[in-house]
Design a protein around this ligand. Sequence first.
Ligand code: NAD
Length: 266
Amino acid sequence: MLISLHKQVALVTGGSSGIGAASAIALAQAGAAVVVNYRSGREAAQRLVEEIRSAGGEAIAVGADVSSEKEVEALFAETVSAFGRLDILLANSGMQRDAPTVDMSLEDWNQVLQVNLTGQFLCVRAALRQFRQQEIREAVSRAAGKIIQMSSVHQLIPWAGRANYAASKGGLDLLMRSVAQEVGEQRIRVNAIAPGAIRTAINREATEGEAAKSLLELIPYGRIGDAEDIANAVVWLASDAADYVHGTTLFIDGGMSLYPEFRDNG
Ligand code: NAD
């Protein structure tokens, strides 16, 4: 099976680092023109764009805060003005502000919800509004548009000390499935990916040194994931090879959500 995203345009939010950056590269390798959105990593986003271009791909970098309605609208407008349309949204931006609930500030609660959940809503809504204006190009893709939302195993597994993050990802699950139920008949596919432990900036402390050893006890497959493990699935989910996949969360976690602590207990 050959996966091709030629003649398609992909927008990756939070695309300047980690899973977003690996996905931007993989989408470009599959033939898509890619918009790399960044919040703070302007130089990293520009380097990524150069890397994609020097490999023969098409890409631009666009700054925007996904929790700002105005900036999200400008981001989508710039995407369409650069490449004429949008076929794939990878809503990937996310953040953590950890604290025990008893000590968590309202600001830390609000900020995480605004980026991880409201930001996803704003990007999904903007993508749906764009898809609505486009014709389906059967020769390119059977779908009018594809949305992939980056969730986490913590949409399922509770996470002490990170109630804001877990609540945002739990909310994402029902956001994704409700939107999928709503727009399926328009041939818009909506899915999510729930990564387990992937080595990136968001979890550097937990994935290095001694901490990595205890983390491995939670991963039956016995290794910490790489951003490319997720990027490969992004390309597949965005392609017509996954055309009948709709309203699903794909857990990519080396088995973390199998609750391996119960192997010898419970
Ligand atoms: P990362 O920190 O490298 O990526 C997060 C990206 O989101 C960064 O590029 C950051 O600039 C961007 N971002 C943050 N706030 C933003 C805002 N307001 N507007 C626009 N962009 C913003 O870490 P990552 O691991 O690559 O995370 C990517 C996604 O994967 C996140 O949604 C995260 O919750 C999810 N995830 C990661 C893991 C993991 O183990 N790394 C596990 C589960 C889920």
